[in-house]
Each structure stands twice: as C-alpha cells, then as structure tokens.
Design a protein around this ligand. Structure first.
Ligand code: CTP
Ligand code: CA
Length: 228
C-alpha cells in the first residue's frame, strides 16, 4: 500500500521496536552472532511510522537496510547494550516489540587482544547466560503498555512450531507473540515471512506467507485493537 493510503490509526502511540542480531565479542575482531537481517524489525518500524506512531528503532547488527522514514534509530552491538537502550526507551513507550535476535549466551571472558593461533588446540569458549530482555519488560510493564515478542521456531520430534509458540507465549507472559516457522524459505534473511500471531487471551491468527510489511500490518492491526 502507498504510505498515504494507510490509516493513521497509531497517531499518538509511542512505539519501540528492536531489530537485528546482537554480537557478543570474543576478542577485538571476533564475535558470536546470528543470522538475523533486521528486515522484519525495520518493516515493523516503517509501517508503524506510516500509520502515525512515534517510533524508535533499537537496531543491533543488520543487513544494509534503508533508514525508515520518520523513525529514530539507535544502534547497539551486544545484548547488554540492546537491553539498556530498550529499557530506556520502554520507560515512555506504549508498545514495545522485541523483533531482535538477542544472544542467549555471551563469552565469560572477552580477550583484550586478538587471540593468536598456536601449535596447541585452543581453550574452549566458556559461555554465560544473557538476561532475557522480553521477560524483564513483562516484569516491569506499566498498566496499558503492550509487550510483543517474536519467536522463530523449527518443529522437532517433541512439538511442532505452533506448540512451541504457545508454550513460549505462556512462559514469556507477553501480550502478543509472533511465531515464525523457520526453514521452507521463512524468517531469516528472506523477504517473506509466515506464521501465527498468538495473543495472551488465546486468540490465534494465522499470518499468510507474505512480505515483512504485510506481517507488520497484521501485528499493528492487533495492537490497535488491543489499545482501544
Ligand atoms: N529475547 C530477549 N532477550 C533474550 C533472548 C530473547 O528479549 N536474551 C526475546 C526475543 O527478542 C524474542 C523473544 O525473546 O522477542 C523470544 O526469543 P527466543 O530466542 O525465541 O526465545 P528464548 O526464550 O530465548 O528461547 P529459545 O531460544 O531457547 O527458543
Ligand atoms: Ca533465544
């Protein structure tokens, strides 16, 4: 849709969207990262701004994406930097959408200098858990504030994608959870996404395969309904 054809139904709403993949440094030149491109988070921010919202995008590492018009962008690197920026912005936000791929673990030690190759095998990399930003947002949610999570899932012998999504919504306690099926061309790096939008009240909306802007429209429609 052309921007001027979109409803301005998010006017007066302050939105924070996190996007992209965090990077956890091992030394000054190496990191643990992930394959998130940031495309879905950028599409969410762009569409929200087109619908009248005041939008801040907290962007970790992304592909080379166009700065969305009318959106304030804050760049971060590590999960801890993302955490601090999101909490600062969330303090005054009506809606927080965690579309970023936040590293679950980080190296316990970051070497001050580049780790050099020797004729011995390297020391193992020891990891520790990062805080769960989404869980922290839910724990300190203000009345009326909406918290939205994302989950990229593959099925496994124990449960399918939707079952993993339902369990994650219950575990996280957020208001909405977007569940993406990974594989079959979905989620990472591609232009398209498909999945389900799960709400805390048990409502389950299938999201047909389509562009990341179309998924964004489904999410902002649901946010608008819940905000009324
Ligand atoms: N998330 C977060 N902080 C983390 C890890 C994840 O805020 N340290 C957020 C993500 O931005 C996403 C949601 O939590 O909105 C779900 O992330 P996901 O990785 O699917 O969930 P986890 O609880 O980390 O479970 P797992 O990776 O084991 O599937
Ligand atoms: Ca995770």
């Amino acid at each position: 849709a052309r921007p001027d054809a979109l409803p301005r139904d998010l006017t007066g709403t302050r939105v924070v969207v996190s996007a992209g993949g965090t990077r956890e440094p091992l030394d000054p030149v190496r990191y643990l990262g992930n394959r998130s491109s940031g495309r879905q988070g950028f599409a969410l921010a762009r569409v929200a701004a087109q619908r009248g919202a005041e939008v801040t995008l907290v962007a970790a590492h992304t592909a080379d994406l166009v700065h969305p018009a009318g959106v304030t962008v804050r760049r971060v690197g590590t999960a801890e930097e993302l955490r601090q920026a999101v909490h600062e912005e969330a303090a005054t936000a009506d809606v927080v959408v965690m579309a970023a791929a936040v590293a679950d673990f980080r190296p316990v030690d970051t070497a001050a200098h580049k780790i050099k190759k020797t004729d011995r095998d390297p020391d193992p990399v020891v990891l520790t858990r990062n805080p769960d930003v989404l869980a922290e947002l839910v724990a300190k949610r203000r009345p009326g504030q909406l918290i939205v999570g994302f989950a990229a899932e593959t099925g496994d012998p124990g449960a399918d994608v939707l079952e993993h999504g339902r369990a994650k919504l219950r575990r996280k306690g957020c208001d909405l959870l977007v569940v993406n099926a990974v594989g079959e061309g979905g989620a990472f790096e591609g232009e398209d996404n498909a999945g389900w939008l799960l709400a805390a009240d048990g409502t389950e909306t299938p999201i047909p395969r389509g562009s990341k802007a179309q998924l964004a429209a489904v999410l902002w429609d649901a946010v608008h309904l819940l905000s009324d």
